[in-house]
Design a binder for this molecule. Structure first.
Ligand code: ADP
Ligand code: ASP
Ligand code: MG
Length: 335
């Protein structure tokens, strides 16, 4: 292993659930991390929960209640990333590369008060820098932070991308590398459209639209932060043996004229509440709208007439949402 001599630069890499799903995959992650360390860089690694762990944690919470306490839900959901950071750090240490895992709060990631979909307010990089100074690879839990009350918060599903870009901004790195199971951003989801082609470049504006419309490859908020701080994002595959840092897709301010980039399909959700004279039932309308607001549901349209109120949401709302809404409308109103 190289001693910490002259440091070329600080590199921020992020590996998502698709890269952390098994010990074999975590070994591929370790190889990519070591490659950068061996070049003489300081390496900060952000990781997500293994595979579908976060979905399983959501199900665990739903075993208790369809509408679990929001603070406690964030405490539960954030545990997935804690497993990942410790495993990767154990592996790197075992392979002879000193490393340390840090949770969101240990890494100084401060967020707004709100839970579930919180925004990062600032990052105190002191601890991260101290550990880099010691020559360690620093592994940070994505998707989580701490608010001013000392409570754990989470950043919304897919939020580890945002952790990585926010860290790249705070550490003033030249780029932010996001690794997943695909080697870049494609003309359509390559797991659904076999003939999709990889893009070499895409602008922040185009990528932000793509993420907003449901292309999972990057979290929408991370693209906004990258644009604000002018940090190019490079998306690459964890499982490619190619080592050139320039392969993959670069997301930057560069705009290519008259160039169609990608197509994406998003399932919108339509929910209707039926009942005579609903149009005059201000109490229930207010209750529903308050619930929608509190749960960060983005509405595309609201229609209301004598017997029906229909909400069309941008988010895909699952059965658990239907259960909670049912509780809000029927069980709460019968109290
Ligand atoms: P991770 O768990 O590593 O964060 P995600 O599942 O969030 O990975 O994002 C990677 C997935 O994004 C790919 O497996 C792919 O199916 C999906 N995806 C959707 N649209 C696109 C696109 N246009 N280009 C590349 N990947 C896409
Ligand atoms: N583990 C979190 C999720 O599944 C965050 C992430 O993957 O970025 O949403
Ligand atoms: Mg993701």
């Amino acid at each position: 292993m190289k001693k910490r001599g002259v440091i070329l630069s600080t590199i921020v890499q992020k590996y998502g659930g698709t890269s952390m799903g098994s010990i074999e995959k975590i070994k591929s992650v370790a190889k990519k991390v070591i490659l950068e360390k061996e070049k003489g860089n300081d390496v900060v690694v952000v990781v997500s929960a293994m595979g579908k762990t976060t979905n399983k944690l959501v199900d665990l919470a739903k075993e208790i209640s369809v509408n679990p306490d929001k603070r406690e839900l964030d405490v539960l959901l954030s545990t997935g990333e804690q497993i990942s950071i410790s495993k990767l750090s154990m592996l790197l240490n075992y392979m002879g590369y000193p490393s340390i895992s840090l949770t969101g709060w240990q890494a100084g990631i401060y967020t707004e008060d709100k839970t579930e979909n919180s925004n990062i307010k600032y990052i105190d990089t002191k601890k991260i820098k101290q550990e880099l100074e010691k020559g360690k690879i620093v592994i940070i839990a994505g998707f989580q932070g701490i608010n001013k009350n000392g409570d754990i918060t989470t950043l919304g599903r897919g939020g580890s991308d945002t952790t990585a870009v926010a860290l790249a901004a705070a550490l003033k790195t030249k780029k932010c590398y996001i690794f997943s199971d695909v080697d870049g951003v494609y003309t359509a989801d390559p797991n659904k459209v076999k003939s999709a082609k990889r893009l070499k470049n895409i602008s922040y504006k185009e990528m932000s639209e793509l993420s907003n419309e449901g292309a999972k490859v990057l979290h929408n908020r991370c693209v906004k932060i990258a644009e604000k701080f002018s940090i190019p994002i490079v998306t690459q595959s964890t499982f490619s043996s190619l080592t050139n840092n320039e392969i993959g897709t670069k997301i930057s301010k560069k705009i290519e004229d008259n160039n169609i980039k990608s197509i994406v399909k998003k399932e919108v959700s339509r929910i209707s509440i039926i009942g005579n004279k609903i149009i005059n039932n201000y109490e229930i309308i207010e209750k529903i709208m308050k619930f929608i607001h509190e749960n960060n549901i983005e509405l595309l349209n609201v229609e209301i007439d004598e017997t029906k109120m229909t909400l069309t949401s941008k988010n895909e709302l699952g059965e658990d949402f239907l259960n909670v809404l049912h509780q809000v409308i029927f069980e709460d109103s019968s109290k």
